[in-house]
Design a binder for this molecule. Sequence first.
Ligand code: 0X9
Ligand code: ZN
Length: 424
Amino acid sequence: MKKISLALLFPVLVSAAFAGPFEQLRRGLELPAVPGPAFSPEAPGHLQGDGRFWVTVAAQDKYDRSALLNAGLDIVETGRYSVSGFISGGELEQLAAKGFQVKSRQSIQDYARQHLKDFPLNDAAYHNYKETTDLLVKLAGENPAETSLFSIGKTTEGRDIWCLRLNPAEKGETPSARPAAFFMGNHHGREHLSNEVSLALARHLLQNKNAPEIRKFLDTLDIYIAPMTNPDGAEYDIATGKYRWHRKNTRVNADQSIGVDLNRNYDSLWCQAGASHYPGSDTYCGPSAFSEPETRAVRDFVLARPNIKTLMSYHSYSSLLLYPWAGKDSPVENERDRKVFEALAKGMTAYTGYTPQQSSDLYVATGDTTDWAYAARGIFSFTTELEGTTFYPGAAMIEKASAKNVKAALYLLGATDDPYKLSR
Ligand code: 0X9
Ligand code: ZN
Protein backbone atom coordinates (compact mmCIF):
# COMPACT_ATOMS: atom_id res chain seq x y z
CA MET A 1 0.00 0.00 0.00
CA LYS A 2 2.67 2.41 1.04
CA LYS A 3 4.57 1.77 -2.17
CA ILE A 4 1.55 2.48 -4.33
CA SER A 5 0.84 5.76 -2.63
CA LEU A 6 4.50 6.76 -2.88
CA ALA A 7 4.47 6.02 -6.58
CA LEU A 8 1.45 8.24 -7.01
CA LEU A 9 3.05 10.98 -4.98
CA PHE A 10 6.30 10.90 -6.90
CA PRO A 11 5.37 13.14 -9.84
CA VAL A 12 4.09 15.71 -7.35
CA LEU A 13 7.35 15.65 -5.45
CA VAL A 14 9.35 15.85 -8.65
CA SER A 15 7.53 18.94 -9.83
CA ALA A 16 7.78 20.37 -6.33
CA ALA A 17 11.53 20.05 -6.57
CA PHE A 18 11.68 22.43 -9.49
CA ALA A 19 9.73 25.43 -8.45
CA GLY A 20 8.98 27.36 -5.33
CA PRO A 21 7.54 24.34 -3.54
CA PHE A 22 11.05 22.89 -3.33
CA GLU A 23 11.87 25.36 -0.59
CA GLN A 24 8.61 24.48 1.10
CA LEU A 25 9.51 20.82 0.91
CA ARG A 26 12.88 21.51 2.49
CA ARG A 27 11.38 23.60 5.31
CA GLY A 28 8.54 21.13 5.74
CA LEU A 29 11.05 18.42 6.47
CA GLU A 30 12.80 20.68 8.98
CA LEU A 31 16.19 19.90 7.58
CA PRO A 32 19.09 22.32 7.53
CA ALA A 33 19.33 24.40 4.40
CA VAL A 34 22.00 23.19 2.06
CA PRO A 35 24.80 25.69 1.51
CA GLY A 36 24.74 27.11 -1.99
CA PRO A 37 27.20 25.95 -4.60
CA ALA A 38 30.69 27.40 -4.58
CA PHE A 39 30.15 28.70 -8.06
CA SER A 40 27.18 28.75 -10.36
CA PRO A 41 27.75 27.61 -13.90
CA GLU A 42 24.82 27.32 -16.22
CA ALA A 43 21.74 25.66 -14.80
CA PRO A 44 21.85 21.89 -15.21
CA GLY A 45 18.94 21.71 -17.59
CA HIS A 46 19.99 18.21 -18.60
CA LEU A 47 18.77 17.10 -15.16
CA GLN A 48 15.38 18.73 -15.49
CA GLY A 49 12.73 16.31 -14.26
CA ASP A 50 15.24 14.35 -12.17
CA GLY A 51 13.76 14.29 -8.66
CA ARG A 52 16.70 12.70 -6.90
CA PHE A 53 18.63 14.17 -3.99
CA TRP A 54 22.22 13.66 -2.90
CA VAL A 55 22.20 12.98 0.83
CA THR A 56 24.59 12.12 3.62
CA VAL A 57 23.05 9.99 6.35
CA ALA A 58 24.48 8.74 9.64
CA ALA A 59 25.39 5.03 9.45
CA GLN A 60 27.68 3.18 11.85
CA ASP A 61 27.92 -0.31 10.35
CA LYS A 62 26.79 -2.68 7.62
CA TYR A 63 23.43 -3.11 9.36
CA ASP A 64 22.74 0.63 9.16
CA ARG A 65 23.95 0.65 5.54
CA SER A 66 21.73 -2.29 4.62
CA ALA A 67 18.74 -0.64 6.30
CA LEU A 68 19.40 2.55 4.35
CA LEU A 69 19.61 0.63 1.12
CA ASN A 70 16.25 -0.90 2.01
CA ALA A 71 14.90 2.59 2.55
CA GLY A 72 15.79 3.42 -1.04
CA LEU A 73 19.20 5.05 -0.68
CA ASP A 74 21.51 4.27 -3.59
CA ILE A 75 24.71 4.16 -1.52
CA VAL A 76 27.62 5.63 -3.43
CA GLU A 77 30.14 6.53 -0.73
CA THR A 78 30.75 4.77 2.55
CA GLY A 79 32.47 6.58 5.40
CA ARG A 80 33.21 5.47 8.97
CA TYR A 81 30.11 7.12 10.44
CA SER A 82 27.99 7.98 7.43
CA VAL A 83 27.09 7.10 3.87
CA SER A 84 26.26 9.32 0.91
CA GLY A 85 24.28 8.65 -2.20
CA PHE A 86 21.22 9.36 -4.29
CA ILE A 87 17.62 8.97 -3.21
CA SER A 88 14.29 9.88 -4.76
CA GLY A 89 12.30 12.74 -3.22
CA GLY A 90 9.57 10.37 -2.06
CA GLU A 91 11.98 8.04 -0.30
CA LEU A 92 13.92 10.92 1.24
CA GLU A 93 10.74 12.15 2.81
CA GLN A 94 10.41 8.85 4.67
CA LEU A 95 13.96 8.67 6.03
CA ALA A 96 13.49 10.71 9.20
CA ALA A 97 10.29 8.84 10.06
CA LYS A 98 12.24 5.61 9.71
CA GLY A 99 14.72 6.85 12.31
CA PHE A 100 17.59 7.90 10.08
CA GLN A 101 19.57 11.05 10.70
CA VAL A 102 19.97 12.97 7.46
CA LYS A 103 23.11 15.05 7.91
CA SER A 104 22.91 16.93 4.61
CA ARG A 105 20.84 16.93 1.48
CA GLN A 106 20.80 18.71 -1.84
CA SER A 107 18.87 18.32 -5.05
CA ILE A 108 20.72 16.53 -7.84
CA GLN A 109 20.64 19.84 -9.71
CA ASP A 110 22.59 21.57 -6.89
CA TYR A 111 24.89 18.59 -6.61
CA ALA A 112 25.58 18.78 -10.34
CA ARG A 113 26.33 22.52 -10.15
CA GLN A 114 29.04 21.76 -7.64
CA HIS A 115 30.48 18.74 -9.43
CA LEU A 116 30.19 19.43 -13.13
CA LYS A 117 33.17 21.64 -13.67
CA ASP A 118 34.59 21.10 -17.11
CA PHE A 119 33.36 17.58 -17.91
CA PRO A 120 32.68 15.78 -20.09
CA LEU A 121 34.71 17.49 -22.80
CA ASN A 122 37.87 16.60 -20.93
CA ASP A 123 36.78 12.99 -20.87
CA ALA A 124 37.10 12.34 -24.58
CA ALA A 125 39.44 9.47 -23.74
CA TYR A 126 36.45 7.48 -22.49
CA HIS A 127 34.73 5.29 -25.05
CA ASN A 128 31.06 5.86 -25.76
CA TYR A 129 29.02 3.04 -27.27
CA LYS A 130 30.07 3.67 -30.86
CA GLU A 131 33.71 4.05 -29.92
CA THR A 132 33.53 0.91 -27.80
CA THR A 133 31.98 -0.99 -30.71
CA ASP A 134 34.57 0.37 -33.13
CA LEU A 135 37.43 -0.58 -30.85
CA LEU A 136 36.11 -4.11 -30.40
CA VAL A 137 35.67 -4.47 -34.16
CA LYS A 138 39.21 -3.19 -34.65
CA LEU A 139 40.69 -5.58 -32.07
CA ALA A 140 38.81 -8.49 -33.60
CA GLY A 141 39.86 -7.44 -37.12
CA GLU A 142 43.53 -7.15 -36.15
CA ASN A 143 43.54 -10.49 -34.36
CA PRO A 144 41.45 -12.85 -36.46
CA ALA A 145 43.37 -15.93 -35.36
CA GLU A 146 42.76 -15.34 -31.68
CA THR A 147 39.40 -13.60 -31.44
CA SER A 148 35.79 -13.43 -32.47
CA LEU A 149 33.18 -10.80 -31.73
CA PHE A 150 29.48 -11.40 -31.25
CA SER A 151 26.43 -9.94 -29.59
CA ILE A 152 25.01 -11.68 -26.53
CA GLY A 153 21.67 -9.91 -27.01
CA LYS A 154 19.91 -6.63 -27.60
CA THR A 155 19.19 -3.97 -25.01
CA THR A 156 15.92 -2.23 -24.22
CA GLU A 157 16.70 0.33 -26.95
CA GLY A 158 17.94 -2.32 -29.38
CA ARG A 159 21.70 -1.90 -29.02
CA ASP A 160 23.89 -4.97 -29.23
CA ILE A 161 25.72 -6.09 -26.09
CA TRP A 162 29.08 -6.96 -27.59
CA CYS A 163 31.29 -9.73 -26.35
CA LEU A 164 34.86 -10.28 -27.49
CA ARG A 165 36.00 -13.87 -27.30
CA LEU A 166 39.69 -14.73 -27.02
CA ASN A 167 40.14 -18.33 -28.03
CA PRO A 168 42.08 -19.39 -31.14
CA ALA A 169 40.44 -22.84 -31.16
CA GLU A 170 36.73 -22.02 -31.03
CA LYS A 171 35.06 -18.96 -32.50
CA GLY A 172 31.77 -17.14 -32.07
CA GLU A 173 29.18 -19.18 -30.23
CA THR A 174 30.86 -22.55 -30.75
CA PRO A 175 30.97 -24.37 -27.41
CA SER A 176 34.29 -25.09 -25.78
CA ALA A 177 35.51 -27.61 -23.25
CA ARG A 178 38.23 -25.20 -22.16
CA PRO A 179 37.78 -23.51 -18.77
CA ALA A 180 36.24 -20.07 -19.35
CA ALA A 181 36.50 -16.67 -17.70
CA PHE A 182 33.85 -13.99 -18.22
CA PHE A 183 34.63 -10.30 -17.65
CA MET A 184 31.88 -7.68 -17.73
CA GLY A 185 31.76 -3.91 -17.37
CA ASN A 186 29.22 -1.10 -17.20
CA HIS A 187 26.21 -2.78 -15.58
CA HIS A 188 25.62 0.69 -14.22
CA GLY A 189 25.48 3.48 -16.80
CA ARG A 190 27.50 6.13 -14.97
CA GLU A 191 30.35 3.73 -14.16
CA HIS A 192 32.21 4.44 -17.40
CA LEU A 193 35.58 3.52 -15.92
CA SER A 194 34.41 -0.10 -15.78
CA ASN A 195 34.05 -0.13 -19.57
CA GLU A 196 37.57 1.25 -19.90
CA VAL A 197 39.15 -1.35 -17.63
CA SER A 198 37.42 -4.14 -19.57
CA LEU A 199 38.67 -2.66 -22.86
CA ALA A 200 42.16 -2.27 -21.42
CA LEU A 201 42.15 -5.95 -20.48
CA ALA A 202 41.18 -6.96 -24.03
CA ARG A 203 43.87 -4.72 -25.47
CA HIS A 204 46.53 -5.96 -23.07
CA LEU A 205 45.85 -9.61 -23.84
CA LEU A 206 46.01 -9.01 -27.58
CA GLN A 207 48.98 -6.65 -27.61
CA ASN A 208 50.93 -9.24 -25.64
CA LYS A 209 49.51 -12.31 -27.28
CA ASN A 210 52.91 -13.71 -28.13
CA ALA A 211 54.37 -13.27 -24.66
CA PRO A 212 54.52 -16.74 -23.06
CA GLU A 213 52.52 -15.74 -19.97
CA ILE A 214 49.62 -14.54 -22.16
CA ARG A 215 49.97 -17.19 -24.86
CA LYS A 216 49.40 -19.91 -22.29
CA PHE A 217 46.01 -18.38 -21.49
CA LEU A 218 45.08 -18.09 -25.16
CA ASP A 219 46.13 -21.69 -25.76
CA THR A 220 44.25 -23.20 -22.85
CA LEU A 221 41.34 -20.95 -21.83
CA ASP A 222 38.14 -19.57 -23.31
CA ILE A 223 38.06 -15.84 -22.42
CA TYR A 224 35.03 -13.58 -22.85
CA ILE A 225 34.97 -9.82 -22.35
CA ALA A 226 31.70 -7.84 -22.52
CA PRO A 227 32.80 -4.30 -21.62
CA MET A 228 29.41 -2.58 -21.85
CA THR A 229 26.58 -4.62 -20.39
CA ASN A 230 24.27 -1.61 -20.15
CA PRO A 231 25.03 0.51 -23.23
CA ASP A 232 21.65 2.27 -23.08
CA GLY A 233 22.36 3.48 -19.56
CA ALA A 234 25.92 4.52 -20.44
CA GLU A 235 24.71 6.48 -23.48
CA TYR A 236 21.81 8.04 -21.59
CA ASP A 237 24.28 9.24 -18.98
CA ILE A 238 26.21 11.29 -21.55
CA ALA A 239 23.49 12.04 -24.10
CA THR A 240 23.17 15.72 -23.20
CA GLY A 241 26.91 16.35 -23.18
CA LYS A 242 26.80 16.55 -19.39
CA TYR A 243 26.73 13.70 -16.95
CA ARG A 244 23.41 12.68 -15.43
CA TRP A 245 24.52 10.19 -12.76
CA HIS A 246 22.35 7.61 -14.45
CA ARG A 247 22.72 4.14 -12.90
CA LYS A 248 19.96 2.00 -14.38
CA ASN A 249 19.01 0.83 -17.86
CA THR A 250 16.54 2.97 -19.83
CA ARG A 251 13.30 1.01 -19.64
CA VAL A 252 10.39 3.44 -19.24
CA ASN A 253 8.55 2.33 -16.11
CA ALA A 254 4.80 2.45 -15.58
CA ASP A 255 5.14 5.72 -13.63
CA GLN A 256 7.29 7.20 -16.44
CA SER A 257 10.46 7.01 -14.36
CA ILE A 258 13.47 5.68 -16.24
CA GLY A 259 15.22 2.44 -15.65
CA VAL A 260 15.67 -0.79 -13.73
CA ASP A 261 18.79 -1.44 -11.68
CA LEU A 262 20.34 -4.34 -13.57
CA ASN A 263 22.38 -5.31 -10.52
CA ARG A 264 19.13 -5.96 -8.63
CA ASN A 265 17.37 -7.76 -11.47
CA TYR A 266 19.08 -11.17 -11.33
CA ASP A 267 17.20 -14.08 -9.86
CA SER A 268 19.05 -14.45 -6.57
CA LEU A 269 16.72 -13.69 -3.65
CA TRP A 270 15.23 -11.23 -6.13
CA CYS A 271 14.00 -7.96 -4.65
CA GLN A 272 14.42 -8.90 -1.05
CA ALA A 273 16.96 -6.94 1.01
CA GLY A 274 18.65 -3.91 -0.51
CA ALA A 275 16.42 -3.57 -3.55
CA SER A 276 13.33 -1.48 -4.15
CA HIS A 277 9.95 -2.20 -5.73
CA TYR A 278 9.55 1.53 -6.27
CA PRO A 279 10.27 2.34 -9.95
CA GLY A 280 11.69 5.78 -9.19
CA SER A 281 14.35 4.31 -6.94
CA ASP A 282 17.90 3.92 -8.21
CA THR A 283 17.84 0.38 -6.85
CA TYR A 284 14.54 -0.56 -8.53
CA CYS A 285 14.62 -4.34 -9.04
CA GLY A 286 12.19 -4.34 -11.99
CA PRO A 287 8.76 -5.96 -12.27
CA SER A 288 10.20 -9.48 -12.00
CA ALA A 289 13.55 -11.28 -11.92
CA PHE A 290 15.19 -11.13 -15.33
CA SER A 291 12.55 -8.73 -16.61
CA GLU A 292 15.27 -6.84 -18.50
CA PRO A 293 16.78 -7.84 -21.84
CA GLU A 294 20.27 -7.02 -20.59
CA THR A 295 20.15 -9.38 -17.59
CA ARG A 296 18.42 -12.04 -19.68
CA ALA A 297 21.27 -11.79 -22.18
CA VAL A 298 23.84 -12.34 -19.42
CA ARG A 299 21.76 -15.18 -17.93
CA ASP A 300 21.40 -16.99 -21.26
CA PHE A 301 25.06 -16.46 -22.08
CA VAL A 302 26.19 -17.93 -18.76
CA LEU A 303 23.73 -20.83 -18.75
CA ALA A 304 24.75 -21.80 -22.29
CA ARG A 305 28.40 -22.05 -21.22
CA PRO A 306 28.91 -24.56 -18.41
CA ASN A 307 32.65 -24.18 -18.92
CA ILE A 308 32.65 -20.73 -17.21
CA LYS A 309 34.66 -21.05 -14.00
CA THR A 310 35.36 -17.44 -13.08
CA LEU A 311 33.49 -14.15 -13.54
CA MET A 312 34.41 -10.54 -12.91
CA SER A 313 31.88 -7.72 -12.96
CA TYR A 314 33.58 -4.31 -12.90
CA HIS A 315 31.80 -1.45 -11.14
CA SER A 316 32.89 1.83 -9.57
CA TYR A 317 33.83 3.27 -7.11
CA SER A 318 35.31 2.42 -3.65
CA SER A 319 38.47 0.31 -4.19
CA LEU A 320 36.86 -2.95 -3.10
CA LEU A 321 36.89 -6.55 -4.26
CA LEU A 322 33.61 -8.21 -3.32
CA TYR A 323 32.53 -11.84 -3.38
CA PRO A 324 29.29 -13.70 -2.44
CA TRP A 325 27.13 -13.56 -0.64
CA ALA A 326 25.82 -10.09 -1.38
CA GLY A 327 22.19 -10.87 -0.56
CA LYS A 328 22.68 -12.26 2.92
CA ASP A 329 25.01 -11.78 5.87
CA SER A 330 26.06 -15.42 6.17
CA PRO A 331 29.21 -16.55 4.37
CA VAL A 332 29.26 -18.97 1.45
CA GLU A 333 28.21 -22.26 3.01
CA ASN A 334 30.60 -24.55 1.15
CA GLU A 335 33.88 -24.27 3.02
CA ARG A 336 36.01 -25.29 0.06
CA ASP A 337 34.36 -22.67 -2.14
CA ARG A 338 34.75 -20.07 0.57
CA LYS A 339 38.46 -20.79 0.72
CA VAL A 340 38.71 -20.37 -3.04
CA PHE A 341 36.82 -17.06 -2.95
CA GLU A 342 39.05 -15.77 -0.18
CA ALA A 343 42.25 -16.95 -1.84
CA LEU A 344 41.29 -15.47 -5.22
CA ALA A 345 40.31 -12.21 -3.55
CA LYS A 346 43.58 -12.08 -1.67
CA GLY A 347 45.52 -12.86 -4.83
CA MET A 348 43.82 -10.18 -6.90
CA THR A 349 43.97 -7.47 -4.27
CA ALA A 350 47.71 -8.02 -3.92
CA TYR A 351 47.82 -6.30 -7.34
CA THR A 352 45.14 -3.66 -6.89
CA GLY A 353 45.58 -2.76 -3.24
CA TYR A 354 41.77 -2.84 -2.95
CA THR A 355 40.03 -4.24 0.13
CA PRO A 356 38.78 -7.82 -0.26
CA GLN A 357 35.54 -8.61 1.56
CA GLN A 358 32.25 -10.43 1.40
CA SER A 359 29.81 -8.22 -0.54
CA SER A 360 27.31 -8.03 2.31
CA ASP A 361 29.97 -6.53 4.57
CA LEU A 362 29.50 -3.42 2.46
CA TYR A 363 25.71 -3.76 2.57
CA VAL A 364 23.20 -6.53 1.94
CA ALA A 365 21.80 -6.31 -1.58
CA THR A 366 19.90 -9.01 -3.42
CA GLY A 367 19.66 -9.79 -7.12
CA ASP A 368 23.21 -9.02 -8.19
CA THR A 369 25.17 -10.72 -10.96
CA THR A 370 27.70 -12.45 -8.79
CA ASP A 371 25.30 -14.05 -6.29
CA TRP A 372 23.23 -15.36 -9.17
CA ALA A 373 26.20 -16.75 -11.12
CA TYR A 374 27.61 -18.49 -8.06
CA ALA A 375 24.22 -19.83 -6.93
CA ALA A 376 23.16 -20.96 -10.40
CA ARG A 377 26.42 -22.39 -11.68
CA GLY A 378 29.01 -22.41 -8.89
CA ILE A 379 31.03 -19.79 -10.79
CA PHE A 380 33.66 -17.97 -8.74
CA SER A 381 32.19 -14.54 -9.28
CA PHE A 382 33.52 -11.18 -8.14
CA THR A 383 32.51 -7.54 -8.16
CA THR A 384 35.35 -5.07 -8.40
CA GLU A 385 34.53 -1.57 -7.21
CA LEU A 386 37.23 0.35 -9.04
CA GLU A 387 39.09 3.17 -7.38
CA GLY A 388 38.30 6.87 -7.31
CA THR A 389 36.14 9.27 -5.39
CA THR A 390 33.60 9.99 -8.11
CA PHE A 391 31.90 8.25 -11.03
CA TYR A 392 33.70 10.74 -13.28
CA PRO A 393 37.35 10.56 -12.19
CA GLY A 394 38.82 12.02 -15.37
CA ALA A 395 40.92 10.59 -18.17
CA ALA A 396 44.08 9.99 -16.12
CA MET A 397 42.26 7.39 -14.03
CA ILE A 398 41.82 5.09 -17.02
CA GLU A 399 45.49 4.20 -17.18
CA LYS A 400 45.93 4.09 -13.41
CA ALA A 401 42.98 1.79 -12.69
CA SER A 402 43.55 -0.34 -15.77
CA ALA A 403 47.20 -1.07 -15.01
CA LYS A 404 46.51 -2.68 -11.65
CA ASN A 405 43.21 -4.30 -12.60
CA VAL A 406 44.72 -5.94 -15.67
CA LYS A 407 47.30 -7.53 -13.36
CA ALA A 408 44.52 -8.73 -11.06
CA ALA A 409 42.65 -10.13 -14.07
CA LEU A 410 45.75 -12.03 -15.15
CA TYR A 411 45.88 -13.53 -11.67
CA LEU A 412 42.23 -14.61 -12.04
CA LEU A 413 42.99 -16.11 -15.44
CA GLY A 414 45.90 -17.98 -13.87
CA ALA A 415 43.43 -19.74 -11.56
CA THR A 416 40.64 -20.26 -14.09
CA ASP A 417 41.95 -23.65 -15.28
CA ASP A 418 41.15 -25.07 -11.83
CA PRO A 419 40.14 -22.58 -9.13
CA TYR A 420 40.03 -25.42 -6.59
CA LYS A 421 43.80 -25.66 -6.77
CA LEU A 422 43.67 -22.71 -4.36
CA SER A 423 41.83 -24.75 -1.74
CA ARG A 424 44.44 -27.46 -1.63
O1 0X9 B 1 25.18 -1.88 -5.28
C1 0X9 B 1 25.73 -2.43 -6.26
O2 0X9 B 1 25.10 -2.92 -7.19
C2 0X9 B 1 27.26 -2.50 -6.30
N1 0X9 B 1 27.82 -1.23 -5.94
S1 0X9 B 1 27.69 0.04 -6.97
O3 0X9 B 1 28.15 1.22 -6.27
N2 0X9 B 1 28.67 -0.16 -8.20
O4 0X9 B 1 26.35 0.12 -7.42
C3 0X9 B 1 27.73 -3.53 -5.28
C4 0X9 B 1 27.27 -4.91 -5.58
C5 0X9 B 1 27.77 -5.89 -4.57
N3 0X9 B 1 26.77 -6.22 -3.62
C6 0X9 B 1 26.75 -5.81 -2.33
N4 0X9 B 1 27.65 -5.01 -1.86
N5 0X9 B 1 25.83 -6.28 -1.53
ZN1 ZN C 1 27.85 -0.40 -10.09
